[in-house]
Design a protein around this ligand. Structure first.
Ligand code: UDH
Ligand code: NGS
Length: 292
C-alpha cells in the first residue's frame, strides 16, 4: 500500500542502517606510536573545530562504515581540571574514532568542595552511562592520561584490562606489579562480578589497589598491553585541593575481601545534580554525599 515503502516501513520513516558489515577485529587505520604534547594553547572551541567529522552531541560516535563490535562508555572522574580535559579530548577523539568504537565520553564531575572520591565517581559513571545506552564495556580513565600508541584499543577483553601499563612518570613501566591505576577497562559482566568499585575511599590513595584486589578475589586476572603499546603521557600537575592523601585508606585494603560484596555498585547512593551535553562530552554533575 501507499503507507508502506519498499523496505516495509511506514512511508517517511528513516531507513534502517544500510547493511553495514561488522567492523574488523584489527582497525585498518591505526597509526601506532603518536606524538603527544601538552604545551599548545588551543581553546576548547578550537579543539571542537578540529575534532573532525562524525561526532554527535555529548561526545558520542559510531563508525560510519561498519558496525562496531564494542559499545564503550569512557568514564572520567573530574573536578577542576579543565585544561587536562581539553588535552584529553583533543587527542582521544581522533584515536577512538580510528579504533572504530561505538563510544560515548562521560565526565563525572564531583559537585562541591568536599573530599574527592575517585572510585565512587567511577561507579556513578557506570550507572549514568547505562541510563543512556546499552554499553557493554567501560573504560575508566583519569583525565590527565593520554595514550602514546593508538594500538592500545579502548575496548574490553575476556579479563579486566589495565591499559596504562607504561606511564612516563614511572619510567614507562609499572611502579609495582599489582598497580591498577590510571586507565582500566572492564566489561559490564566483569564490573558486576566485582560489585563495582569501593564507595568508601575518600581522598587520595588505595582505591585502585582495592579495585585490583576485587578482581583477584573474584578469580579473574588482569591483562595488559606490552610496555610499548601501553605507553602513556601524563599532564604534569600539582596536588589538588581537597584530595589529600587519606591515611586511613591503606588500612582498608586488608578488609577488601570482607567488605567488597557490601560496598560497591549495590550500595551506591548519590544525588544527580545535572547532566549537560557538550559537543565533545557529556558532563554528569553529582553530589556524592561525602563525610562532613
Ligand atoms: N581528579 C580531578 N580533580 C581532583 C582530583 C582528582 O579531576 O581534584 C581526577 C582526575 O581525573 C585525576 C584522577 O582523579 O586524573 C586521579 O587523581 P590523583 O590526584 O590521584 O591523580 P594523580 O595520581 O596525582 O595524577 C596525585 C598527586 C600528584 C602530586 C604530584 C606532585 N608533583
Ligand atoms: C600507591 C597508592 C595507589 C597509587 C600508587 C601510585 O601507594 O593508590 O601508589 O601513586 N596506594 C595506596 O596509597 C594504598 S603515584 O605514584 O601515582 O602518586 O595509585
Amino acid at each position: 500500500s501507499d503507507e508502506i515503502n519498499h523496505l516495509g516501513l511506514p512511508r517517511g520513516s528513516s531507513p534502517p542502517l544500510p547493511h553495514l558489515p561488522l567492523c574488523p577485529s584489527f582497525p585498518p587505520k591505526l597509526e601506532g606510536p603518536l606524538r603527544i604534547e601538552f604545551d599548545w594553547t588551543r581553546t576548547m572551541d578550537d579543539v571542537h573545530k578540529e575534532s573532525g567529522p562524525g561526532l554527535q552531541e555529548g561526545g558520542r560516535f559510531q563508525p560510519p562504515d561498519c558496525i562496531s563490535q564494542h559499545k564503550v562508555a569512557i568514564i572520567i572522574p573530574f573536578r577542576n581540571r579543565a585544561q587536562h580535559l581539553k588535552h584529553w579530548l583533543y587527542y582521544l577523539h581522533p584515536i577512538l574514532k580510528r579504533q572504530q568504537l561505538d563510544y560515548g565520553v562521560y565526565v563525572i564531575h564531583q559537585h562541591g568542595n568536599g573530599t574527592f572520591n575517585r572510585a565512587k565517581l567511577l561507579n556513578v559513571g557506570f550507572v549514568e552511562a547505562l541510563k543512556e545506552y546499552a554499553y557493554d564495556c567501560f573504560v575508566f580513565s583519569d583525565v590527565d592520561l593520554v595514550p602514546m600508541n593508538d594500538r592500545n584499543i579502548y575496548r574490553c577483553h575476556d579479563q579486566p584490562r589495565h591499559l596504562s601499563a607504561a606511564m612516563d612518570k614511572f619510567g614507562f613501566r609499572l611502579p609495582y606489579k599489582t598497580y591498577f591505576g590510571g586507565v582500566v577497562s572492564l566489561s559490564r559482566e566483569q564490573y558486576m562480578r566485582i560489585n563495582g568499585f569501593p564507595n568508601e575511599f575518600w581522598g587520595w590513595g588505595g582505591e585502585d589497589d582495592d579495585m585490583y584486589s576485587r578482581v583477584m578475589y573474584k578469580k579473574m586476572e588482569v591483562s595488559r598491553p606490552d610496555n610499548r603499546v601501553g605507553m602513556y603521557k601524563m599532564v604534569r600537575h600539582a596536588r589538588d585541593l581537597h584530595n589529600e592523601e587519606n591515611p586511613h585508606n591503606a588500612g582498608k585494603l586488608g578488609l577488601t575481601r570482607l567488605t567488597m560484596d557490601a560496598d560497591g555498585i549495590n550500595s551506591l547512593r548519590y544525588t544527580l545534580k545535572h547532566v549537560t551535553k557538550h559537543a565533545l562530552y557529556t558532563m554528569v554533575t553529582v553530589d556524592l554525599h561525602g563525610p562532613k
